[in-house]
Design a protein around this ligand. Structure first.
Ligand code: RIB
Length: 312
């Protein structure tokens, strides 16, 4: 990696204005339930990942589409605060993305419905217009909330430029093998690994089988996240089980996977080995679940370094 690329992380993905409702439980279809609390904040997996990387000290960039509305203003304010450089195409017709999130008060577990809005129109030509941001980064990271052709084109550009590629395959969906072959790293959670492999992922042995299957499908390194149980890393050197690094009671797991992905990308961009990158990402995600919000829960570099120093 050339020194000018080191520490640079480019993300393709969506921004969403999250409306989060804390409730005692998930309402049944047709039922109205009184909520404990409601708040709004910045979200969208791509934006959350770029914000996490920026807060952790990466030179973070985000390629996306926004509308011309209050959501777009929130997006720009969020990126400025986190030091994220935006590469934005403004839609004249579509609104900025938004998401409805329900968090179960007692457990912090969540259910999400997201509408990408303007970012649902991201296309290969948009990505080509921002190719320089990908080609000059150490790491490129994307997810599946924007159309697949845009993600594919970006992965191709990154691969051709020697930029390490990471796909966070969320929301869960089956993917063609030629797309997985463009991924140097994949960061699925358990349901996402199931959707990709068709294997059930319930036990530790299942997780290992699914991770090996993903490598056989063409992925270089698989960092399979296991929620409160940590992560399983599977690469050419073998399988490595890395524990969760919790920092207190879980209040809200929204965005924890995004913080993991943004932190993993940041550590790789600094030249760290995947095993060390997963440990760094576990520490960052462990802090994020102790706080409410998606992008808002992403920790700073000083917080993650302090958590790791305490564990050393
Ligand atoms: O991963 C959490 C995110 O998923 C939320 O911020 C929501 O906007 C959806 O994109």
């Amino acid at each position: 990696m050339t020194s000018s690329r080191a520490g640079a992380v480019c993300v393709l993905g969506i921004f969403a204005r999250d409306v989060t409702c804390l409730a005692p439980r998930q309402p049944r279809m047709g039922e109205t339930l009184l909520a404990d609390r409601v708040y709004e904040g910045p979200g969208g997996k791509g934006s959350n990942q770029a914000v996490a990387a920026g807060r952790l000290g990466a030179r973070a960039r985000l390629i996306t589409r926004l509308g011309r509305d209050a959501g777009a203003a929130l997006a720009r304010e969020t990126w400025e605060a986190a030091g994220v450089e935006p590469f934005v195409i403004v839609s004249q017709t579509q609104p900025t993305g938004s998401a409805l999130i329900l968090v179960e008060t007692a457990t912090g577990r969540n259910a999400i419905a997201v509408h990408p809005g303007a970012a649902g129109e991201l296309c290969p030509a948009d990505v080509e217009a921002c190719a320089g941001a990908i080609e000059t980064a150490a790491v490129f990271l994307t997810q599946l909330e924007q159309p697949l052709p845009a993600a594919r084109r970006a992965l191709e550009i990154a691969r051709a430029a020697g930029t390490a590629t990471i796909l966070n395959p969320a929301p869960a969906a089956p993917l063609p093998a030629d797309l997985l072959a463009l991924c140097d790293h994949l960061t699925p959670n358990e349901p996402e690994a199931e959707a990709l492999t068709g294997l059930s992922v319930e036990s530790e042995a299942d997780a290992r089988r699914a991770a090996q299957a993903l490598r056989a499908m063409g992925v270089g390194t698989v960092a399979l996240t296991l929620g409160g149980r940590g992560a399983l890393l599977c690469d050419a050197t073998g399988e490595h089980r890395l524990p969760a690094l919790g920092r207190g009671p879980v209040v809200d797991t929204v965005g924890a996977g995004d913080v993991f992905a943004g932190a993993y990308a940041t550590a790789l961009s600094e030249g760290r080995a995947p095993r060390e990158a997963v440990r760094f990402a576990n520490a960052a995600a462990g802090i994020s679940v102790t706080r409410p919000g998606a992008a808002a829960s992403a920790p700073t570099r000083a917080e993650v370094d302090a958590a790791l120093a305490e564990l050393a």
